[in-house]
Structures are given as structure tokens and as C-alpha cells.
Design a protein. Sequence first.
Length: 714
Amino acid sequence: MSAQRKDLAQLTPEALAQLANLGLVKRAQKELAGGYVPSIRIEVDGHLHAEFPDQVRTEFAPGAGLKDARCSCGAPLCRHRIAVVLQHAATAADADAAELPAAADFSSLDLAQVQAQTAASLWPRVERELRQGVRIELERSLASDQRSLIHSARLPQATVRFYAGADLAFARCDCTAQSRCEHIALGALALAQAGPVGDARRAIELGGTPRAQAAELSTAPYLPLLRLLLQDGLAHGAAERAETAAALSAALAASRALAATWLTLCLEALELWLDGYRQRSARFALSEGLQLLRELSLRMSAATATTGELSARTVLGIGEAMESPLDRLSLISLGLRVQADGPHRRATLAVVDCDTQTLLSLHKTWQRPADSTHGELALLDQQRVAGSLRLARLAAGTLVTTTARRRANGELKLGQSFAGKASIGAQNGDWSRVLAPLRIDSQAEYLRQQQLAPPQALAARTALPNFHVLQVAEVAEVGFDPGQQCLHALLIDPSGAAWILQREHAAANPGALDAIARVLLARANSATSSAPLYVAGTVQREAGSLCIEPWALSAGGVVVPDASAADGALAGVRLSAAARTANDPLAAFLQALDDALCEALRDGLARRSGLLDRLADLIERSRELGLHANANIAATSVTARLEALRGHSAQLQGGSREALQPAVDALLQLACWSALAQHALAALDFDDANADEPMPDDEQATADEHMGANDASL
């Protein structure tokens, strides 16, 4: 085989579209198909020379990327460069697979090589990040040609894609600098340090000293807030008191002074939750408040621990940019969810950047006028984002914008769509470009990813937790439970595993159940279908089953339930109660524990309520489950923690103010243990589903590290 440029041979049309633009790629493809094909000659040192039929000459020096190549046409970035790469890649693909050149390996990359491939002006910023330490998530995936590997590095501020292995000239970042930024250097260093990256997402702590900041942190600014909320509870005025507002303001000031982004976002969410209680919001839930308190406690415990895998910088988000400008984005919608709170409406749109596989969200609020004669869909159709873009059209379409900014939790902010800087297009519903772990093709693989990931309360905050795209091989059953006003279906994924789809009726979404029923019945009644079925929505574990609540469905076209009109399709669904897997004793115990903790948050630890009786029942159940002597879970048994909470609460209700802090500590310890135990259930599910398939050694080590970090946090 003739000489090859291994960096150029790895580039697919999709990669070139991201490195240049889609218009140039399509024009180059059209001209190649029409016979405008260059002759290519490669020297021993890798210098590539190409000449087109009209004597246009293009050259790629060794290691040169698209923008560094030279072309006699005079354009700074032209179709000739693209055509040369496409033709060279096609020639390589026609060769014997055994002779194909492999992409440059990251394992052989060192600091000097990264410096040689990047601008010297970037290195003060790179060195600053390395001194502070940064956590980078790494993953790999196959390109559309099912041959080339694409490596991704997810930094807090940006996502980098490496299209030609360790040849950094063909890496692209989604920040505004694109290919000339410090994120590419940091991503390359992380991939070099990590070694071989498997199919599972893997995290690397790059630089810094993992426990260096632990000694500098103090929990003092946050303890008064926790005590005020838990002493008397929401039902006895804790949310309305000036002392609570002052304690929350002090906690927010401390987290912002520390530049702890995840901690700040958690406290901001707690502020909104308390405001929802004061406003008597229909969306208010005690369980959300409990989750926020346990997240606050877990993050502080993990950050101040002297051992553990996760650094204080990682769990608190220290130094994470609260908001970052983005380069030109091409996004596809994965659905819309509209929720009502009296006359108020809040829409959340899920979109994905298929180039970086980054999930983002867009929010819009409006109010239904008291005298309005318009229906819900008519009001939704009136809503605009970025000035003039219709939200309802965007919910089933695509968005191209150059005016976007991303918050740290993935919320998208759009600038005004003037001068063509933002536009909406149609999409065909082909979600095959959405890759794992965002897309789920196998339940076992999904559970494996859950096992390897840190608990959600310690991970980077996201506006769309547990959002996925599920590929469906079969719709086995469809039913409607009139008592629960819930549409449910049994779905089978390509691996043969079962999932439960469920969606309850809501007045703000009058056509949602009809739209879902129409798609599912069409697939259930069709023996064959050329278009694959995808369901996008939030996944949760409920009563021993994995359930998904649909935001959108795709089967040759996108259907958005909350933006669909009622058409009576639900009448064709048979009436039946939703099937549920029997809840295992541990899961039932964890739910009962959370219910008791929510009661304490509502009524307060110092007030007489049914809490003491609930705790007595939980103590007995914990003994039956063997949690009174399970030293593998924590140094102090769950039963002992329950007894401590009951004892301190009884003393507090008897008038002993000295028992307040011990009671608060015991409650938060139980809340944290419950969160970690629920996270561990995913590992139990995975072990049950794969009893005969051992986990690869490197992934097992990662899982063990996470379990060790969990134990340390307790």
C-alpha cells in the first residue's frame, strides 16, 4: 500500500463538518462524485501534495490540520482541503484493513509533545489549571463509519473531541476558541494519563493535590441553616422566619466566596424550594428538600474528609465557571416538558449537541391569563425564545446558534436571534447519532454505567438528571390505568431487557397521552417497521423496575407529547392496572426511611409528631434486614443511627436544647446513608443481570474506588 497520513485517514465527513463546516463538506462530496478528484502524492516525511484537474494545488505539511494546510485557491478554508482529506480517507478505507494506519496513541503522548502541538501562549492557563487540579471525564465512541475512534474529554467549562487520536491538529473544542484553547491540551494530558479508555465513561483528576483544600474548608457557615430548618420544621414557620433567610444568605455568600459552583447551585435550588413552600406551589415536594439537604451534607462531608477518591475541588465545584460562552452550536431537540403551577407554566426543553454528545436544557416560563379563552397549545404556540424563535417548533426541530452561553449545570442561555445568528430547522427523528451513555441500547450497559458513576449527590450538578434516549426493539403491552390516570407500556430494548413507560394525565398537557398512545399502538400493531423507535425522557428506578417518562418519541418523525393536540388515540388503549415488580425489602426500607425523614423536615425534630413511632418501626425493620451489624456499610450501623436519632429527638421534644445538634447530625447521616444505599442498588441490579459476566479489571477497580469513596463519606 502507498504511504498514508494516519491523521487524515481517520477523519470522517462528520468530523470534517465540525472542523470546518457542513456546507464545505457537502460541496466537496458533490464535486468528488462529479469527477473533480485530486491526484495525491505523499512523501516519506508525511508531506502531502494534491493537484486537482484545474491545476489547483493543495499541500498538508507533516502534522498540519485543515487551517494550517496551504491551497493555491487563496481561501483561508476551502473545499479543496476537504476534498483532499475525503479522497485520502476513501483510498485508505479501500485498502486492506490490516494495513490501515492506526491513529496516534495517547499512551505515547507526553507533556513535551503536547506543548509542541499547541501554542505557547496557552500554557500559562494550562499550568494554572494543573496547579488547581481539574476533573475530566473521558470516553470513546465509534465514528459513523464504524471504524474510526473518537475520544472525548469533558471538562467543566467545555467538551473536546479528538478526531484523529493524539494528533491535536484535528481536535475541536466547543468553546469559542474552537481549536486553539487550553482545553485541548488538558484533555490530551488526561487521556495520556488515563491509559486505554474503554466504552464506559472514566474520570481523571488531573494535577493539583486531591485533599489539599480539605483542611481549609469549614462547615460553620452552613450549620445554622440546617439547624433552623430541622428544629421546628416547615409546618411551624421555619421557611418564613427572618433567621432562616439570613442563614441562607450567609451560606450563599460563603459558597460564592469559595467559588464553589456546585455548592452554590445546590443552595440556590434550596432557596427556590423554600420559596415554593411559601407560595404554596403545586410543584412543591418535601422529597426535593430532603434531597437538597442530603446533597449539601454529602458534599461538605466528602470535601472535608481526609481520605477518598473525590477531591474538595471536584465535589464542591471550586473554580468551575458559572457560565461559559459557546462556539457555533448545532442542536437537535429531544423533547419538551410543560408543568403547571396554578396559572403559571414552566417549559423545559432538552437538546443535545451530537458532536460533543452534550445534553443541554432551555427553560421558558409564562402565565395563563385568568380571562384567556385560548387552549394550552395555543398559549404554548405563542411562546418565543431568543426573541423570535417559536418554542413549540423548536421542541421537534433543530437549532443552530452562535449566541449561546452555557451555565455550569447545562442550562442554555440564548442571545437575541438577530442577523441570522439563531435559526430553527426540521429534524427527521434519526437519533442514531445520539451515543451511549446518553442513548441506552442495553439495560445491562446502563446499569454498568450507573455502577461506575459517583452518586448523583456528589457528581457535577445537571439541570436534566437521569435524562436518556432509550432505543426500543418491541412494544409488548400498552395499557391505561383509569384509577391513576396513567398510560403505561412494557418496552423491550435491543438486548431483550424490559422497561416500563409511564405518563400521568395533566390538564396542562391535554394531548400528551393521545400522542404517546398513537405512536406506541402503531408500533405494537405493526409486524415490521423500517424506522427504529426511540423514547427520550427521564429514567428512574421504581418498585424494582426501570421506568421512563417520555418527553418525546421518534419513529421516522419526532412526536412531542406536551406540544401535541388531543385526537382520541387513547380510546384505543385497553384498560389495565400498571404491572409492578414486587419491591425488595431493602428498597422498601429505604423508601420508608426517606418518608420518615421528610416527616421530620415538615414537622421538625423539636415538635411532637409521629416521628418517634416511625423511627421505632424502622429500628425493628433494620434489625430484620441485618443492618444492625453491617460493618461493611459504615463504622456505625444503620440501626445505631436510627436509635441515636430517636433518642436525641425524644430529648429535644422533652426540652433539652443540647440535643438539637446531635439530632440534626444523626438525621443528616441517615439521609446520606440512604442516598448512597440507593445508589448501590444499581450495582446490585447490574450484578443480578450479569451474574455470569465478570466486569473488566479496570472497570471493577473504578467501581471499587467509588464504593470506597462512599464509605469514607459516611
